[in-house]
Design a protein around this ligand. Structure first.
Ligand code: ZN
Length: 360
């Protein structure tokens, strides 16, 4: 049994936002290159913004009421594929199941559609900061909807004795293998219905779930525990993680699934940005190219508390330290780097073990 521990690793700010966010950032970044020339220049100028802010929604999860359900949908709570009993439109869904239930089991497909309308309106008003903020956010939600484990109640394998699989699939595998992936995926396409596109992401992701769980289980039967896991030194902290050999075997069995889901995310992010621009009446964005983004500081957004489904496990409640950035950073299965703040305002990076919250 893994022991829940908190390791302080000293001042090392650059490590806080390390490679754990890699996939979200890469998806937003590569989506820029799917855009038509009328949009490309302004997005290219701000490509670092949409890259860096790709993980903002995770950072808000603990501070903003109603943020957490935007990242997932436990679609299997409602029945079996293709879940025809779940209304595709928000109002119908609320009518059918009630808002409490809908919020409890996640709203990602509906929220992507809400965010698309906001982005369309930002294009109409040519508000550069809002366009880039909303583009960054929507990229995050789309990427989440493309992860099979964001579409199930068994989001971390906790119902099937496979706890840790969430980080294995969405962080550990990309960390080890994404260098060889091909992220060029052609041009963004106009979507007749963003709402239905969001649903097709969720349904595709859910269809892949069976393989995600089954292959891990199969391999676990072949790998003794001391070969399934290994210890790695990260920022001077020894962390237990899935061994490279186990990951290689799992990645091979998945036969390109992680790459396919990342590519599918990229083209969909670009296509929804593009559709929002078209539906705003194709405003001329040339005048925005020379504008500089001026960001306001929103400390409240970043002052986060741990109160997620699993967060009680790490015993931080009595601590004098509060987490600033609540995102599960995905160092494999049970290790997270986060930024903590003391009551008198001192910050420091910390390594948290077995603190994964689901659906980040
Ligand atoms: Zn997320």
């Amino acid at each position: 049994m893994w022991v829940c521990m908190l390791f302080v690793i000293g001042m090392c700010p650059s490590a806080v936002f390390g490679w754990g966010f890699w996939a979200h950032q890469r998806i937003n970044r590569m989506a820029v290159f799917t855009l038509p020339v009328e949009m490309l220049h302004v997005y290219k100028k701000n490509i670092d913004y949409v890259t860096q802010h790709a993980v903002d929604p995770d950072s808000r999860r603990y501070a903003v009421e109603g943020e957490a359900p935007r990242h997932f949908i436990d679609i299997d709570h409602y029945g079996t594929y293709p879940f025809d009993n779940v209304p595709r439109k928000w109002k119908d869904a609320i009518e059918a199941f009630g808002e409490d239930t809908i919020m409890e089991y996640g709203i990602v497909p509906w929220h992507i559609n809400h965010a698309y309308y906001d982005l369309r309106d930002a294009f109409k008003s040519k508000d550069l900061l809002r366009i880039m903020k909303l583009s960054s956010d929507i990229g995050h939600y789309i990427a989440d909807a493309n992860v099979p484990l964001h579409t199930t109640e068994n989001y971390n394998g906790q119902l099937t004795g496979q706890k840790g699989i969430h980080g294995l699939w969405e962080s550990r595998l990309p960390e080890l293998f994404a260098e060889g992936y091909d992220f060029y995926i052609g041009q963004a396409k106009y979507l007749e219905s963003v709402q239905m596109e969001a649903w097709s992401m969720v349904l595709e992701s859910h269809l892949a779930l069976d393989s995600v769980l089954r292959f891990e289980k199969l391999l676990t039967g072949k790998f003794p525990s001391d070969q399934k896991y290994s210890f790695e030194n990260r920022a001077n902290v020894l962390v237990k993680t899935y061994s490279k050999e186990f990951c290689e075997a799992y990645h091979r069995m998945l036969a390109g699934m992680v790459e396919r889901r990342i590519r599918s995310s990229i083209i969909r992010v670009g296509s929804i940005w593009y559709t929002a621009w078209i539906d705003a009446g194709q405003p001329n964005l040339k005048e925005l190219i020379t504008k500089e983004l001026i960001e306001e500081k929103t400390d409240n957004e970043k002052r986060l508390k741990i109160r997620d489904r699993e967060s009680g496990e790490i015993g931080m409640k009595e601590s004098a330290w509060e987490m600033l950035f609540g995102s599960c950073c995905g160092h494999g299965m049970e290790s997270c780097q986060r930024l903590a703040i003391s009551r008198d305002g001192v910050t420091k990076p910390v390594m948290v073990q077995e603190a994964h919250s689901s659906h980040d």
